[in-house]
Design a protein around this ligand. Structure first.
Ligand code: OFO
Length: 188
């Protein structure tokens, strides 16, 4: 078989590659987590929340693929993550959004650590690439907080839960997303 010529010269350090692969794992987990939540909502009849979470799961997969593209284009190797330990059962719709907010806060911390690492080693290319994720996390946390506010404002009694489910479908209208190629203009 013909041997491929691969240059090992690159700016991306092995440590940064490893950290980016850890972030890939986290984004993959987010996608699987939200898929599991979407399925639970579907089964329980929260159809709007279910649609919202199916599409959110897909969005997380796109976040993961954005990192795949960056790592491989920088001369590294993006690794398909092994994802285990995703729960399938949840107590309530309210619990789901509590868990989403907690999870997104963890993702924000992870992105911040990654950005801090890149800054400390003067890897400004990766630092710049990650700014899209920094802004995205602000939106992700806001979305989960808005969802939880619906429970406080509307209340769960009577048709409350049904109304909350409907309103969750409108949440995407509140947030502006960074552009697909990391264009940050829409957020400024
Ligand atoms: Fe990828 O933003 Fe949520 O996790």
């Amino acid at each position: 078989m013909k041997k491929q010529m691969v240059t090992t010269k690159r700016s991306l350090t092995l440590e940064t590659e490893e950290r980016l692969n850890q972030q890939i794992l986290l984004e993959g987990k987010s996608s699987a987590y939200y898929l599991s939540m979407a399925s639970w909502c579907d089964k329980e009849g929260y159809s709007t929340s279910s649609d919202f979470l199916y599409s959110h799961s897909e969005e997380e997969r796109q976040h993961m693929l954005k990192l795949f593209g960056y790592v491989n284009n920088a001369g590294g190797h993006a690794l398909q993550p092994e994802i285990t330990g995703i729960p399938h059962d949840f107590k309530s719709l309210h619990e789901i959004f509590e868990l989403i907010l907690e999870h997104e806060i963890e993702v924000t911390k992870s992105i911040n650590k990654l950005v801090d690492h890149c800054f400390s080693i003067k890897d400004f290319t990766t630092f710049h690439f990650l700014q899209w994720f920094v802004l995205e996390q602000r939106e992700e946390e806001m979305l989960a907080r808005r969802a939880l506010e619906l429970f406080d404002i509307i209340g769960e009694d009577g048709v409350g839960l049904w109304t909350i489910d409907q309103e969750i479908g409108k949440l995407e209208n509140f947030v502006q997303k960074p552009g697909p190629e990391g264009n940050l203009d829409s957020l400024n």
